[in-house]
Design a binder for this molecule. Structure first.
Ligand SMILES: [Zn+2]
Length: 120
């Protein structure tokens, strides 16, 4: 089920085509008709997943600079390339991982709550 979420497939039936474009999740699965946005605030968990991934990207970009700087206190290395990498990660990361965070959240909802569907 997690793999279905990570590959942007429906957690319930495994079908694809859940998005209209990169950022627009359909109201329901085109195959099994499961409604994704079940209640107001349902995708707050997807936001948290996307936020955590973005923070991880920032750490991946900045930790090498910190480690290199701490290991060589006499030498000064430029921070600009690391800051630029962090900036790119902060801007592109949320956009790139947005659909994955949504489908992953639907899969986690199915695992932990049984995917309760209020309308069906
Ligand atoms: Zn489905």
């Amino acid at each position: 089920m997690i793999m279905r979420g990570l590959t942007m497939r429906c957690a319930f039936c495994g079908s694809r085509g859940l998005f209209q474009g990169w950022l627009k999740l359909r109201e329901a699965c085109p195959n099994c008709s499961h409604r994704f946005n079940q209640e107001s605030g349902f995708f707050l968990g997807a936001y948290a997943i996307n936020f955590a991934i973005t923070e991880g990207l920032l750490l991946l970009a900045l930790i090498p600079y910190i480690v290199i700087s701490a290991g060589n206190p006499q030498t000064s290395i430029p921070a600009a390339p690391f800051a630029a990498a962090a900036l790119v990660g902060a801007i592109l990361g949320p956009v790139v991982f947005y659909p994955f965070s949504r489908t992953l959240w639907v899969a986690l909802d199915l695992i932990f709550r049984g995917g309760r569907n209020l309308d069906v």
